[in-house]
Ligand binder design. Structure first.
Ligand code: NAD
Length: 297
């Protein structure tokens, strides 16, 4: 059994770390929030007093933090992971962050002689709790092979997407498809309403025709056709509009720096920004259908 240090015990990190405990590993964690620390203690984890204390005895360090600046600080500051972890430690960053920061931190880890992967996830809090996340992993083959047994505990689909930063690249490309397709599906239902076409009929046609996609068949933005979608519980998140906006902005930043043309990605980011600014950042991202109908706030 491994000794694991887990940094960031929030909505995602808490249940992910709890699954590592359940699998029999010795997991110690750290978080700025007292509530998150408390929940992790109740799940059987121990709490460390500082990052150096947490990582100096760890075989594996996992981070699940809000954004690139937190990740860079936690790894690269003088009190951070790279200055205090053992050279043979395996480092796994599962936060969703920008590709450039992921590659910079991976380079610093390699310079310190440590194996590192970026391993962002999809599957949300439900997937984190059930241990069924999808991991998109970037890093050298040896680091991927070392990380896989631990990712297998927290997820059910583990994809090696290439070298450092490619896990983040896969994540933002996927979520750009998702943001655009949710707007497309929502626009079709709004148009159908105006034309007097019943939503169930549109669903019956498009779910088996060329308009078929995940936003329609698994996460349908109108109540009824897919009983488990957030539309049936007044758009309670799920995956918030704020999270979608974060990922669309990361995709736009990456498109800018790599000179990729992503006009629909840019439009999706603009629409989600308007939706969030109208007071709906905590709403499920499929609630954008109400914004497109003109029902704001
Ligand atoms: P969260 O805000 O619930 O958790 C982040 C935790 O990190 C917080 O508890 C915070 O106190 C802690 N933290 C911040 N800085 C810290 C530091 N310096 N040291 C220790 N702890 C620190 O967020 P979350 O929903 O768990 O998301 C985490 C990451 O997962 C994000 O990058 C997010 O984009 C990604 N993600 C989230 C979801 C989702 O559905 N929530 C889905 C996929 C990916």
């Amino acid at each position: 059994m491994a000794s694991i240090g887990f940094i960031g015990l929030g909505n995602m990190g808490g249940p992910m770390a709890a699954n590592l405990v359940k699998a029999g590993h010795e997991v110690s964690g750290i978080d700025l929030s007292e509530a998150a620390r408390q929940r992790f203690s109740e799940a059987g984890g121990s709490i460390a007093g500082s990052v150096p204390e947490l990582v100096s005895g760890a075989d594996v360090v996992v981070t699940m933090l809000p954004a690139g600046r937190h990740v860079e600080d936690v790894y690269c500051s003088p009190d951070g992971v790279l200055a205090h972890a053992r050279p043979e430690s395996l480092l796994i960053d599962s936060s969703t962050i920008d590709v450039a920061t992921a590659r910079r931190v991976a380079e610093a880890a390699a310079a310190a002689g440590m194996m590192m992967v970026d391993a962002p996830v999809s599957g949300g809090v439900g997937g984190a709790e059930a241990g069924t996340l999808t991991f998109m992993v970037g890093g050298p083959d040896t680091a991927f092979a070392a990380a896989k047994p631990f990712l297998d505990i927290m997820g059910k689909s583990i994809v090696h997407a290439g070298g450092a930063g490619n896990g983040q690249a896969a994540k933002i490309c996927n979520n750009m498809i998702l943001g655009i397709s949710m707007i497309g599906v929502s626009e079709a239902f709004v148009l159908a309403e105006k034309l007097g076409l019943d939503k169930q009929k549109l669903f019956e046609v498009s779910s088996t025709a060329s308009g078929q996609c995940w936003s329609l068949t698994t996460y349908c933005p109108v109540p009824g056709p897919v009983p488990t979608s957030p539309a049936n519980r007044d758009y309670q998140a799920g995956f918030t509009a704020a999270m979608m906006l974060k990922d669309l902005k990361l995709a736009q930043d990456a498109a800018m720096t790599s000179s990729a043309s992503t006009p629909l990605g840019a439009e999706a980011a603009a629409l989600y920004s308007l939706f969030c600014n109208s007071g709906d950042e905590g709403t499920d991202f499929s609630g954008i259908i109400n914004f497109l109908r003109g029902n704001m706030g």
